[in-house]
Design a protein around this ligand. Sequence first.
Ligand code: AMP
Length: 496
Amino acid sequence: MHDANYLIRRLAAAGPRDRVFATRPDGPEMSYGALFDGAARMAAALVRAGVAPGDRVAVQVEKSLEGVQLYLGTVMAGGVFLPLNTAYTGAEVAYFTGDAEPRVVVCDPAREGGTRSIAGDARVMTLDAGGGGTLVGAAASEAPAAAVARDADDLAAILYTSGTTGRSKGAMLSHANLASNSETLREVWGFTADDVLIHALPIFHTHGLFVATNVALLAGCSVHFLPRFDADAIIDAMPRATALMGVPTFYTRLLEHPGLTRERAANMRLFVSGSAPLLVETHERWEAATGHRILERYGMTETNMNTSNPLNGERRAGTVGFPLPGVELRVMAEGREVQTGEIGVIEVRGPNVFRGYWRMPEKTAEELRPDGWFITGDQGLVDADGYVTIVGREKDMIITGGFNVYPKEVEAVIDEVGRVRESAVIGVPHPDFGEAVVAVVVRAGEVDEAAIMGALGDLAKFKHPKRIVFAEELPRNTMGKVQKKALRDAHAGLFK
Ligand code: AMP
């Protein structure tokens, strides 16, 4: 029944119908059969709501297994899944719906009114944290639909990344992009039907949605499905689990938990970290506490995963390992490939690399070369042994708790506040979040921290500065450009 849908045919192949796909702390188990039946009913409901092949289904919902079914159901319906961070405000969602022109928007019932007002012609349906809502109601009265035919190069998803210019870009991911990368990861990380993966990442981001979910489905293994990061629940699940995928913040928080011991982690075979740099210190403390060396990997929304430390072999702290099989990686500076050990901008090419930015051909042309090389914007090096190290970001993106914050977007809001002359938003080291957002503000009169914080309401909480520092002026170079590095250095100790 799934034969002609490239991605679904692969994802639905591994888990026999009666095998458990998911266990969860506060709900019944869900079998593979129930997962895909529910997804096929949602596909039928989406088709009835007007979704035709290639149509976008925008989704801003709390994490649930029904949310996973909605991802699969959208792809089965031939649609393009477009997940949105639950922290985004109505104003932010309005930009995405305006840009992507979805046929259907699925939101939490609490946001239904606001979503209707910005959804344009889209049909609005609901899905709540408990797995109820109008979408599920509509799906219940449908028979499971056969998956709609889709080819390798057809779009399966659009994931928005932030833009340094303030405008978010929709990364278009094809069926083959997603399938090839998860097949590679299953192989190199050794996932089998015997694994039990602790799934505590959000499913609106590439890490939790594609890396964790697709790898588990392809392996036909079970997931222990948590609605959010919860140190107690993860420690509790470890003796019954074999693998955890997390952002560095997961590991720093788990290290603070008194229940984290070698005995607790004895059944686990793999701890994966990515989405932001893992401190060498965290790597070492984790090994001391559990006896396991964290496997760090590197990827991004546009490319899925690019590199990984080895499953068998030396996992080197502070590095992101080797290019994955099938992925080419080079380091470029001034138009040429650099020598071993020299720093430049990382470029990657392979079946994992996206199809371009949605309706932004000029942005696509800037970052995706005609011969397939994608310019990641990450600066790094490859050492003599072939290990890749990320040294920083070409752009000044901040990654706080695994989420990306582009300074420009926050600066634009702060600069609008009365009696603010200008601002510079930077990321500084933070023991818990990796980086914390800090705003350096130059005043033109009487204005205090409360007035600035009060003006940030249209921005998601994770973008709000953790600290506002007032300064007489911003450091600039002779060309008039603000020296962010100098600011970062000056404020590096704020959270130490
Ligand atoms: P996103 O598109 O949200 O997944 O963010 C991608 C960016 O996160 C990359 O371009 C890197 O800058 C950063 N990133 C992801 N994984 C790592 C890692 N292991 N170490 C350092 N930076 C990382």
